[in-house]
Ligand binder design. Structure first.
Ligand code: HEM
Length: 210
């Protein structure tokens, strides 16, 4: 894939990722967010967070299955969009639902346990966003960076459980997200087991026998 094509796709992702936000701002300014605008804002930003998180998790399996290594170039942007919508989601809840009250937010968390899982997911994403720059990758070193970025699994699992727990009746959509995530994580697990090198037989023998 040519450098220009990569740049063009990045621009496409950048523009398309901003479309939900632009639509929300437009609808909000024209009073078109329905009967309960604050709930609409919270739900839509929550959904965008989960969609971008799932897309981010899909990049590596897609790259490995198709052999299209350039796909990796879009993972950071997708992950940052997930974090961006996650922050917006929390901000909508904190401002519109809790009137910027930390005490009321914490009390609500104790009452509605799914908020604790949502917060776990968002907090897990902070180190990922902070260390997403090339400079931080270099500073941490590839091995430590990859280990830290396993937090993405925590964020995705907690995010899906958060979604499942807050749904009132129809759990089909959370279950679809759970199934997709299970496939994506299952693929990684199988790959990990396959790549683990078998310990050489000689290394297992007691020293006296060697
Ligand atoms: C990575 C982090 C998070 C993800 C992926 C996420 C995802 C979601 C999703 C998918 C929904 C349901 C959307 C729908 O039904 O259309 C939702 C709802 C909600 N989330 Fe989150 N969320 C996250 C973090 C948080 C945090 C940190 C808070 C607040 C502390 C929060 C508060 C809420 C609330 C209040 C609702 C609406 C519940 C209702 O109206 O019954 N979320 N979230």
């Amino acid at each position: 894939m040519k450098e220009n094509d990569i740049r063009f796709i990045k621009l496409l992702i950048l523009v398309n990722g901003a479309v939900p936000l632009a639509l929300l701002v437009w609808d909000q300014s024209h009073n078109k967010l329905g009967a309960n605008p604050q709930n609409f804002l919270i739900l839509t930003t929550g959904m965008m967070t989960l969609i971008f998180l799932t897309l981010t998790m899909a990049v590596t399996p897609m790259r490995k299955i198709t052999g299209l290594n350039w796909l990796i170039q879009f993972r950071r942007m997708l992950g940052l969009y997930a974090f961006f919508y996650g922050c917006l989601h929390f901000l909508c809840f904190f401002s519109l639902d809790r009137a910027f009250s930390v005490a009321s937010t914490l009390t609500e968390m104790l009452k509605r346990k799914y908020l604790i899982l949502g917060s776990t997911a968002l907090i897990a994403m902070i180190p990922l966003a902070v260390t997403s720059t090339n400079g931080m990758i270099k500073r941490l070193g590839g091995k430590r960076w990859r280990a830290l970025h396993r937090l993405a699994y925590v964020a995705a699992i907690a995010g899906v459980i958060h979604f499942y727990m807050q749904v009132k009746a129809d759990v089909r959509l959370p279950l679809v997200f759970a199934a997709v995530l299970a496939i994506l994580l299952g693929y990684r697990l199988v790959n990990y087991w396959r790549q683990r090198k078998p310990v050489p037989a000689a290394a297992l023998k007691p020293k006296s026998e060697a």
